[in-house]
Each structure stands twice: as C-alpha cells, then as structure tokens.
Ligand binder design. Structure first.
Ligand code: AMP
Length: 149
C-alpha cells in the first residue's frame, strides 16, 4: 500500500473518530501529515436529524455561529481529553461531502479516511456523506467499517 503523506480524516465528531485516527496512524509515516475536518451543514439542510427552515438571515447566522461555537468547544475537549494535539482540526460550514472533497483538493491530500456511516446511519448501508465523497474524490478514500451498537 502507498505511503500516504497527507491524510484527511472526515469526522462527525463521534467517538468513532478515534478509530479513524488509529487507521490514519497505521497508514502514516513519520513525516506524514494528519488533519481532520468536520462540516456543519447549513441549518435547514438537516442537522442531527432536525430539518428547520429559518427565514431570517440574521437569526440564521446567529444559529450557525452558536452551532460552530458548541462544536469548537467539543473539539477542544476531545483534543485535551484524548491528547490529540498532533492533529490539525478544522470546522467548516457546508454540505459535508462537498466540504470534505474540496478540503482534500485544496490541501493536496492523498488519502481521505471516513466511516461507513455516521450517527444516523444503518449498519448495512453506506451513508450519504460516505457515498458523496466516494463518488467524486480527488484521491484514495478509505471507508472504515463502523459497527456501532
Ligand atoms: P454518513 O455518510 O453521513 O452516514 O457518514 C459517514 C462518515 O462520513 C462518518 O463516519 C464520518 O467519517 C463522515 N462524516 C459524517 N458527517 C460528517 C460531517 N458533518 N463532517 C465531516 N465528516 C462527516
């Protein structure tokens, strides 16, 4: 298998992120870079199973900002608790599969690692983020089979 130099992990910030990180470390060499991206879908797109239409733009931005701040806090806690300081974490707004593909492209990443499904996914099926990334990825993709509960 190739020596990957620039690995991008796509994370929904669930605990499975640690499994994805383990895989990345197995495939990385000493000079490989590992980074992680989390995308916040636009409110109204669907968020954690809730779909909401927010007509007021200011209110919309306020909600998005609150979600961003909560996610950032969660990431900081995860980094601290699991001692993940060697990994670069980023949070961006947008449809997850698009954000992941674009980030992989703009950073010349040579491997994307993601889970077979997210928190809402069925065990037997690939989720929509996984499918979207696999369809149009600019590099290799490792889709890690997650078993869940
Ligand atoms: P899904 O296809 O949405 O069921 O999720 C499949 C995998 O895509 C997850 O296990 C994560 O690795 C990744 N993923 C899901 N949602 C996001 C997100 N919002 N940001 C980044 N990666 C995600």
């Amino acid at each position: 298998m190739a020596n990957y130099k620039n690995i991008l992990i796509a994370s929904d910030l669930g605990l499975e992120t640690l499994d994805l990180l383990d895989k990345a470390r197995l495939l990385a060499t000493v000079d490989s870079k590992i980074s992680l991206i989390h995308a916040i879908p636009p409110v109204g797109f669907t968020y954690s199973g809730i779909s909401a239409y927010v007509p007021d733009m200011l209110r919309y931005e306020e909600i998005q900002k609150k979600i961003f701040d909560a996610k950032k806090e969660h990431v900081d806690e995860m980094v601290k608790y699991h001692k993940l300081h060697d990994v670069k974490w980023d949070i961006e707004y947008g449809k997850p599969s698009k954000v992941i593909r674009e980030r992989a492209e703009s950073t010349n990443c040579d491997l994307i690692i993601l889970g077979s499904h997210g928190e809402k996914g069925l065990r037997a099926l690939l989720g929509s983020t996984a499918t979207g990334v696999l369809h149009d990825a600019p590099c290799d993709v490792l889709c890690v089979r997650l078993f869940g509960d």
